[in-house]
Design a protein around this ligand. Structure first.
Ligand SMILES: CC(C)(COP(=O)(O)OP(=O)(O)OC[C@H]1O[C@@H](n2cnc3c(N)ncnc32)[C@H](O)[C@@H]1OP(=O)(O)O)[C@@H](O)C(=O)NCCC(=O)NCCS
Length: 183
């Protein structure tokens, strides 16, 4: 599966992405939000799982590498946990800190929502992050998601118990934004 946008290609990651994946996932600026660093063996297992995961497998975490179309570099990742009945998904994302602030997550997130609503015909998409993670919930709002929960001390982060915000978007609320450039 490949999703094409003006600047990006979103595709299944593979073992060739291991070092770029690790340099993003374990970057000191990313760790406060995504939890403890993972080692190469664990990261390899995650990527290997993606190479054999059926595209619409329910009860599974699906990863898409965000790759620059001009140079093929992996810039980050978007992912979604597809519910068992394949009607809902919970989103996650990371962009390498050297590449943040250029609209990459926004472009990738719109492409992912288009895929989930317009192609997989999901009913509802959710996302959640720590209240202090302004970059992530700003992104949810830029993607048109609606804040529907503020959960006090509901997540045990690296800094102890932290508040969490939850966002959602229904298919009926999705404006059908950006057309993907692939067929
Ligand atoms: C959250 C995260 C994925 C955002 O990635 P990003 O690529 O920097 O996001 P964007 O560039 O699309 O948006 C970031 C800012 O750049 C601005 N921006 C700059 N150029 C832009 C463009 N061309 N289009 C859209 N926004 C642009 C946005 O307005 C936004 O500003 P804001 O945060 O003040 O609202 C990134 O910060 C990250 O990886 N964080 C660590 C991991 C993480 O927290 N994951 C979520 C855990 S729950």
């Amino acid at each position: 599966m490949q999703l094409m946008t003006p600047r990006l290609m979103l595709r299944r990651p593979g073992m060739d992405d291991l070092s770029e994946f690790l340099s993003c996932r374990n970057h000191p600026a990313v760790l406060p939000w995504l939890g403890p660093a993972i080692d190469a063996q664990r990261a390899g297992e995650l990527l290997a799982r993606q190479t054999v995961l059926p595209l619409e497998q329910g009860s599974a975490w699906h990863m898409l590498a965000i790759v620059g179309r001009n140079d093929g570099r992996m810039l980050g990742e978007v992912g979604f946990f597809l519910s068992e009945d394949r009607a809902q998904a919970d989103l996650g994302w990371m962009v390498h800190p050297d590449q943040q602030g250029q609209g990459i997550a926004t472009e990738a997130g719109r492409a992912l929502l288009t895929h989930l609503f317009d192609r997989l015909h999901l009913h509802r998409v959710t996302a959640a992050c720590e209240l202090d993670n302004r970059g992530s919930w700003h992104l949810m709002e830029r993607l048109g998601m609606r804040r529907e929960a503020m959960r006090v001390q509901s997540r045990r982060g690296l800094r102890g118990w932290v508040d969490e915000v939850g966002y959602a978007l229904l298919a009926s609320e999705w404006p059908g934004a950006t057309a993907l450039q692939d067929g």
